[in-house]
Design a protein around this ligand. Structure first.
Ligand code: BTN
Length: 244
């Protein structure tokens, strides 16, 4: 799989730039980067602070897969990101993955992933995997515990990071396409934090406490409620409250 690169200056959101390229017929493997975003989007309607100096990247994928498994691409991207960052950071730092798609270094968020897609019935038209990595700047939001490559004393440009990341992403995408979710799930679990812990699960209209007992074969979080009943969570946010 080869990448076609579209390198932009300031944009609203690279995911929106990718949508425009899709409308013009952009192929699977088109990668859009920008030097800054003026309307960067995060998950669950959050904004993603996007000053110059960080990595803002969106990849257009047109996978031959049913719509029901598209969420797995978030795990593909998270594993690829972790594999890209870990050798850069070295043994003195821990790169961890938090359900569903957060990438943390030493317990602080360094990167986020936003999936957007268009489906027609069970068919996938396109998926945009939007990835932001804090290279030079972290968000100035008190409640978010974030870090940056610069704060970790790693000198790398967004461009160099993007090239390494796309290599890893395309390699893991091929694994997913050929062998399914099992190897992705195993790689994700090898770096996961929170499995076995008590968590708060925040859904669109609901919030509850439970124990994070497993990641199922589709990528859903298996939550065990205080009475012992289990609940599958396909999309949402989790906060770690403590060990089991
Ligand atoms: C999150 O909330 O953790 C996901 C953040 C995703 C941010 C990236 S930056 C590139 C792409 N363009 C956007 O507007 N968002 C994603």
């Amino acid at each position: 799989m080869t990448a076609t690169w579209v390198r932009l200056g300031a944009v609203g959101s690279t995911n929106d730039a990718a949508r425009r390229l899709i409308a013009e017929g952009a192929a699977d493997g088109t990668v859009v980067t920008a030097t800054e975003q003026t309307a960067g989007r995060g998950r669950r309607g959050n904004t993603w602070a996007s000053p110059p100096g960080n990595l803002y990247l969106s990849v257009i994928l047109r996978p031959a897969a049913p719509a029901s498994v598209l969420g797995q691409l978030g795990f593909v991207a998270a594993v690829a990101l972790a594999e890209t960052l870990a050798p850069l950071l070295g043994a003195g730092h821990t790169v961890a993955l938090k359900w569903p798609n957060d990438v943390l270094v030493d317990d602080r968020k360094i990167a986020g992933i936003l999936l957007e897609c268009e489906t027609a019935g069970t068919t996938v038209r396109w998926v945009i995997v939007g990835i932001g990595v804090n290279v030079a700047n972290g968000p100035v939001v008190a409640r978010v515990s974030a870090t940056t490559m610069a704060a970790l004393e790693i000198a790398i440009t967004p461009e160099a990071l993007a090239v390494g990341l796309i290599d890893a992403l395309f390699a893991w995408r091929s694994v997913w396409q050929c062998d399914g979710f099992a190897p992705i799930r195993a790689a994700w679990l090898a770096r996961a934090i929170g499995v076995g812990a008590i968590i708060r699960v925040n859904l669109e209209r609901d919030s509850f406490e439970a124990r994070f007992v497993a990641l199922d074969d589709s990528g859903a979080l298996v939550a065990e409620l205080p009475g012992g009943a289990r609940r599958l969570v396909a999309a949402g946010d989790v906060h770690l409250l403590g060990a089991a």
